[in-house]
Write a protein that binds this ligand. Structure first.
Ligand code: NAP
Ligand code: FE
Length: 363
């Protein structure tokens, strides 16, 4: 047996996490805040962070306009703004989109480089320290080095991430998710769930990541009926914890084929990330039944569901509202084959096989 585990993010979890840990924000004299168009304000997180910075006498500048599925070129422009502000560190507030954007901004603030160089994970002038304050319970981005960018040059989403892009501090307060509409609560919860599930499946799984992901799947299995009923007010803490556990797990295992195959649904049709993952799940499960039956059985066992029950759950709860252009499937299949996640799964990785999977997903 051989594995490693290195997790550099300081985590503070609980209601009042920002108010109670203001001193942890002493990472410099000037903070540049990156948040979404509404999420920073709607959640209350932006006001709490600004109050904490003011209390610590840290100057700040706020960029409040990161789009969903953030665009690498926008992050480059915002990075230049952070550089002009002479930021010492970057604070991301929001769902996965602003948190992922904050990581890119932290790179571009320190390095005036072309967009494509972001994906090399090699930056001459390092990366500014990153603080993450999540307002959704889904991506676990506060606990991963990964950042997923929309990159129009390659017409899909592409990730980057290395030890340098882990947040140094993550402040998780479930209160910030109270303002989330039910549909986003559900789709982000499905993202958190798929991270835990895929972490079990990943060929990079280790006893330590298993400890996190199996435990998280057990917890998620217990709340699935209540999530389906839409009775989510009392699930906020639990969902944020599961999202965090999934984040720490995938920070080591990476995601797998489910994420890779779902990206075109988001890029070409705007399907929310978690919903896209859930929609492709039944076909992914069939793939695992054929090639990874033992790990599939273990993940389903932790969840407390059969393959058929899980497939039926997502089919009931995660519909999509478009009909794809089938002539796009060869391109989608090529893109999927180029994603690292496809190779993490232990299933076939050739594009012609993925074309068949797309045909099955949309039959
Ligand atoms: P998101 O795109 O960050 O946010 C979805 C929507 O929810 C936005 O309209 C956002 O508003 C709104 N919102 C966020 N928090 C809110 C709150 N507390 N109250 C009310 N509205 C709120 O969604 P996400 O699912 O968290 O993140 C998705 C992104 O993360 C995708 O790009 C995905 O590829 C990426 N991802 C990253 C990782 C990773 O490891 N880094 C893993 C999985 C996925 P605003 O428009 O105002 O922000
Ligand atoms: Fe995800």
């Amino acid at each position: 047996m051989e594995f490693g585990f290195h997790f550099p993010t300081k985590i503070r979890f609980g209601r009042g996490a920002v108010q109670n840990n203001g001193a942890a924000l002493r990472l410099g004299e000037r903070a540049f805040i990156v948040t979404g168009k509404h999420s920073g304000r709607a959640s209350g997180a932006l006001a709490d962070v600004i109050a904490a910075l003011t209390h610590e006498k840290i100057e700040c500048s706020v960029f409040e306009g990161i789009g969903n599925n953030p665009d690498v070129e926008q992050c480059r422009v915002v990075g230049a703004q952070a550089r002009a502000f002479h930021a010492d560190f970057i604070i991301g507030i929001g769902g996965g989109s602003p948190l992922d954007a904050a990581k890119a901004v932290a790179v571009f603030a320190a390095n005036d480089i072309p967009a494509e160089q972001l994906f090399t994970n090699s930056y001459e002038s390092g990366v500014l320290p990153i603080v993450a304050v999540p307002t959704t319970s889904g991506t676990g981005s506060e606990a991963t080095s990964w950042s997923v960018m929309t990159w129009h040059t390659v017409k899909t989403k592409r990730s980057f991430g290395s030890l340098q892009t882990y947040p140094c501090l993550a402040l998780l307060d479930p209160t910030y998710t109270d303002s989330l509409p039910l549909a986003i609560t559900r789709s982000t919860a499905m993202d958190a769930f798929t991270h835990c599930f895929e972490s079990v499946i990943s060929v990079k799984a280790s006893p330590l990541t298993d400890a996190l992901s199996f435990h998280a799947l057990e917890r998620f299995g217990k709340l699935m009926p209540q999530l389906e009923l839409g009775d989510v007010a009392s699930l906020r803490d639990e969902l944020m914890l599961i999202s965090l556990l999934g984040g720490v797990a995938i920070s080591h295992t990476g995601t797998t084929l489910m994420h890779s195959i779902a990206y075109p649904l988001t890029y070409f049709h705007g399907t929310p990330h978690g919903l896209a993952n859930a929609f492709v799940l039944p076909v992914y499960l069939k793939e695992l039944a054929a090639y990874r039956p033992e790990r599939l059985a273990a993940a389903l066992g932790a969840l407390g569901m059969s393959q058929a029950e899980l497939a039926a759950y997502v089919q009931r709860n995660c519909p999509i509202d478009f009909t794809p252009d089938r002539t796009m499937f060869p391109l989608w299949a090529e893109q999927t084959a180029a994603q690292g996640g496809a190779r993490n799964t232990g299933t076939p990785v050739d594009a012609s096989h993925f074309e068949e999977l797309y045909a099955e997903i949309f039959q």
